[in-house]
Ligand binder design. Structure first.
Ligand SMILES: *Cc1c(COP(=O)(O)O)cnc(C)c1O
Length: 364
């Protein structure tokens, strides 16, 4: 028998979450963002659940090829555009739409020999200061692109830094609108947090970019949980108990003896550790489901194992199923955000870090 750990990818939950994005933005088309191998889910594994999207947005040309190999004929957007001139050949061949965020990319396009008109998303740096042209020069780049025979259609795009938090998006929306109000072309503005929290904008928003919400993690946790947004976990990490220890008061658990029992206590040793992608920084008290019942971890996470308190689940024994995050038995749910918070990180990082050694099963 292989080591008793596996990850599940829930096709129906992916489809459900995508519907939630559509309900939040009924007038927009929805990019399913599948960068980072579909946020750790695997592009091929997530595809069935996301195929009702209007397009797929990603970073890597190899990932774009994989989406085309799955038979997807619709739009694909390269969110960082091309990285060198010859990438444009693949864009022409596979009809990839690409972001243009710096002057080199415009120069490469101007020198690109193609019969195929390219669809580009011209990115404005409206305040995030990561990618994009500054507002002052945005229109001149737009004019230059418009004059290129290689360019078929220009769409306008920016990215929000604080859609999930108190600063919000108004300052960026205002900058974007002031510069672009009289330019033609479709607009793409919102990420997951903006899709859910800023449902109406005072400007067009033709294409929204749904990432994390599709994967059943709340973009503004802990302010709002997936239950609040009616999202479902799309990745479950589960393993079995492979040993039981009965502690006496004063006994310690694991490396560094970071946990000391204060009274007699049963604990279960679970076949999951940081080499599986479970965060080592999740300390004692991190929530976990044992046979669908909520309990907590005790002691340090080691490479291949972690320990859980079996106080609330006295019937648990060797072989009992433990849900580290996601969907547990009998409709139980442990949001990945809760585990991430206990580890001082965000759901994005945990799902992206699912380790290659964990077998993955796609379920309906
Ligand atoms: C990753 C990314 C998104 C998706 O962000 P989420 O917070 O996961 O919804 C949207 N737009 C751009 C440009 C991105 O890089």
């Amino acid at each position: 028998m292989p080591r008793p750990i596996e990850a599940l990818i829930h096709t129906a939950a992916l489809a459900h979450n995508l519907v939630r994005a559509r309900q939040a933005q009924p007038d927009a088309r929805v990019w399913a963002v599948v960068k980072a191998n579909a946020y750790g889910h695997g592009i091929e594994r997530a595809f069935a659940g996301l195929q009702q999207a209007d397009g797929f947005a990603l970073l890597d040309l190899a990932e774009a090829q994989r989406v085309r190999s799955l038979g997807w004929r619709g739009p694909i957007l390269l969110l960082e555009g091309v990285f060198e001139p010859r990438d444009l050949e693949l864009c022409s061949r596979l009809q990839l739409w690409h972001v243009v965020h710096n002057t080199e990319q415009v120069d490469w396009l101007a020198a690109h020999k193609t019969q195929q008109g390219h669809r580009v998303f011209l990115k404005m740096n409206s305040g995030m200061n990561r990618l994009g042209f500054r507002p002052e020069i945005y229109r001149s780049v737009w004019a230059r692109l418009s004059a290129l025979p290689q360019v078929d259609e220009i769409s306008l795009m920016t990215h929000f830094s604080d859609a999930d938090a108190t600063r919000g998006i108004d300052h960026q929306v205002n900058t974007f609108e002031a510069i672009t109000h009289d330019l033609g072309g479709e607009r793409s503005l919102s990420n997951s947090a903006a899709i859910l929290r800023h449902r109406t904008l005072p400007l067009r928003n033709d294409w929204v970019r749904a990432g994390i919400l599709n994967y059943g993690s709340s973009p503004d946790y802990p302010e709002h949980s997936i239950e609040h947004w009616q999202l479902q976990p799309t990745m479950t990490l589960r393993a079995s108990i492979i040993a039981i220890q009965t502690l006496q008061a004063g006994d310690t658990v694991g490396y560094g003896s970071s946990y000391t029992a204060t009274s007699a206590q049963r604990i279960g040793i679970v076949a999951c550790g940081y080499a599986d992608g479970y965060p080592r920084h999740a300390g004692t008290g991190t929530p976990v489901l044992v046979d669908g019942q909520r309990t907590t971890t005790v002691g340090r996470v080691s490479m291949d194992m972690l320990a859980v308190d079996l106080g609330p689940v006295p019937h648990a024994g060797t072989g009992t199923q433990v849900t580290l995050w996601g969907q547990g038995p009998n409709g139980s749910v442990l949001g990945i955000d809760e585990v991430a918070q206990a580890a001082g990180t965000i759901g994005y990082e945990l799902m992206c870090a699912l380790a290659g050694r964990v077998p993955v099963v796609v379920v309906e």
